[in-house]
Write a protein that binds this ligand. Structure first.
Ligand code: FES
Ligand code: MG
Length: 573
């Protein structure tokens, strides 16, 4: 017997006697009730992340059944196994802290267990990047399947869907426009079906990124969770996985500099989540591909926003599916994409787009020469406050605030923010810049989605809905506002953000892609000398590993030891 074998005979190294190892493996497979005939088939792993703490994944039982049906029909043996499940709303301090842990789980389990290919089923924000990172490192043939978005539901003459509408109503409640009684009713109307958030939040963006990279079957990113097409997509993914087992295409053949650039183009055209920049950087980083924030600006200047979805537009993911899906978007920017990229189907991206129906609903996906915005939804900013970059989702921001110098109103930590933001004594005006420190990757807070700082209550009551906000935190993909995020290096490692004090002047120029702290160097030097030394590492456990190993936002917040050593002479995208 050889380690080159497929199916259950794959990777037998234990006991120093390969035949005995296979004999034992078959003995235990017999305990599962498989016939010898089934044991000789290619094995397709189904990595699935179900959890009572993850309602976005509640349609997994029917999807797993359909994947298995597809695998069996194509002559494979489907074996599902659980992975860590990251339910966005339930993880403390933030799901971001566990994305890399999930990636380790995926990499190790699809490497250690005998499978020829794997279908990875996950969807809520961090599950898709965690799975793609793990698959990229394992380099086992893999297909990403997502659970699909929730349906928006009618409510009092409009449609509601998590979670842009959650924030809209909460902002109005804080401003005194929505009553306590009404906000309780709305709470039960925002997320009413299985599936991931209904708008172009991080989950939907990452589903789109997976499809744009070529790691998901064509047309599957936007199919609603409750649509029968979603079940058929699962069956098709199972079938395709068997073909991949017989004629492998590996993640390293699909995730390349060119396909990463395609994914960035798509991210800009759909006006996707800021989080996707971090995730795509981390996924690409696993294969030695560097995502440059300066390159992002070049791409952003030449990629229009075409998709009219919340949080920046009007519609929901279900509408994008009905309008032609991601294929319709990619056809519009076809001349900007690398069409020779290989996809998981074995076709190139160009062949895929050629084969699709040209129908498109223009109220959801605009034509290239009639865009919603002629430039991309995301840009990076550089300057003395963010030497290694920061991100602004300009499509979700207020252009009236783009060229401004403002007085800093500083919050030292999340706790400080919670303690003082609504204080009647807070010295703050609408034209000030709210600054939050110590919420970055190494802050101990795990880089939560706290960058969408609430408007101070006393200003919210005056009808102020947006202000310039700056932090080293992230922002939910469903949020909106003039919010500068991912400032790098972060405050906790002594980045310039740590030096900002109340009353300092900060200059923002979206036109020039600049973010500068207008304080002279001598003064900054004095402040630097007064900075508290970095906090000691925790004694043990995952907290220690995380704080020791996590990289800055511009490097994708991956763990340094998970990237290949060839990152030293990396390719650039
Ligand atoms: Fe799961 Fe938004 S909470 S996708
Ligand atoms: Mg989210």
């Amino acid at each position: 017997m050889s380690n080159e074998k497929h199916g259950l005979a794959r990777g037998l190294t234990n006991y120093g006697d390969i035949d005995f190892s296979l004999y034992l493996r078959r003995t235990f497979a017999s305990a599962a009730g498989y016939s010898r005939e089934m044991m000789d088939k290619p094995v397709i792993g189904i990595a699935q992340a179900p959890s009572g703490f993850n309602p976005c994944h509640r349609n997994f039982p029917e999807l797993v059944e359909a994947i298995k049906r597809g695998v069996l029909a194509a002559g494979g043996l489907p074996l599902d196994f659980p992975t860590i499940s990251l339910g966005e709303a339930f993880l403390n301090p933030t799901s971001m802290k566990f994305r890399n842990l999930l990636s380790i789980d995926i990499e190790e389990m699809i490497t250690a267990q005998p499978m020829d290919a794997v279908v990875m089923l996950g969807g809520c924000d961090k599950n898709v990047p965690g799975m793609l990172m793990g698959a990229a490192s394992a380099d086992v043939p893999a297909i990403q399947l997502v659970p699909g978005p929730m349906l928006p539901m009618p409510f009092e003459g409009e449609r509601l869907g998590a979670c842009t509408d959650c924030r809209r109503f909460w902002g109005r409640y804080r401003g005194g426009e929505v009553s306590e009684q009404k906000i309780k009713i709305i709470e039960g109307k925002l997320a009413t079906t299985a599936g991931t958030c209904a708008v172009m939040g991080t989950a939907s963006t990452m589903a789109a990124v997976a499809e744009a990279l070529g790691m998901s079957l064509p047309g599957t990113a936007a199919i609603p969770a409750v649509h029968a097409d979603r079940i058929r997509a699962a069956e098709a993914s199972g079938r395709r996985a068997v073909e991949l087992a017989l004629q492998p295409i590996r993640p390293s053949q699909i995730i390349t500099e060119k396909s990463v650039e395609n994914a960035l183009r798509v991210l800009l055209a759909i006006s996707g989540s800021t989080n996707a920049i971090i995730h795509l950087t981390a996924i690409a980083g696993r294969l030695g591909i560097h995502v440059s924030l300066r390159k992002l600006n070049e791409l952003s200047d030449t990629t229009p926003v075409l998709v009219n979805l919340k949080p920046t537009g009007e519609h929901y993911m279900a509408d994008l599916h009905a309008a032609g899906g991601l294929g319709a978007v990619m056809r519009e920017i076809k001349h900007l994409l690398h069409l020779d990229c290989l996809t998981i189907t074995g076709q190139t991206l160009g062949e895929r787009l050629e084969a699709e129906s040209p129908w498109v609903d223009r109220s959801v996906v605009r034509a290239f020469d009639d865009p919603i915005d002629p430039v991309g939804g995301l840009i990076s900013l550089f300057g003395s406050l963010a030497p290694n970059g920061a991100i602004l989702k300009r499509a979700a921001a207020n252009p009236a605030l783009f060229e401004r110098t403002g007085r800093a109103v500083v919050f030292e930590s999340l706790q400080d923010l919670a303690d003082r933001i609504d204080s009647p004594d807070l010295d703050v005006n609408p034209e000030d810049f709210l600054v939050l420190k110590n919420a970055g990757p190494k802050s101990g807070a795990g880089m939560p989605e706290a960058g969408y700082l609430p408007i101070p209550a006393k200003l919210a009551r005056q009808g102020i809905r947006d202000m310039v906000r700056i932090s080293d935190a992230r922002m939910s993909g469903t949020a909106f506002g003039t919010v500068v995020l991912h400032v790098s290096p972060e405050a906790a490692v002594g980045g310039p953000l740590a030096l900002v004090r109340n009353g300092d002047q900060i200059s923002l120029s979206v036109k020039n892609r600049r973010l500068d702290l207008l304080v002279d160097e001598a003064q900054l030097e004095l402040r630097r000398a007064e900075l508290a030394p970095p906090a000691e590492l925790p004694d043990r456990g995952y907290n220690r590993l995380f704080l020791q190993s996590t990289l800055q936002a511009d490097e994708g917040c991956d763990f340094d030891f998970l990237r290949p050593s060839r990152m030293g002479n990396r390719h650039s995208c």
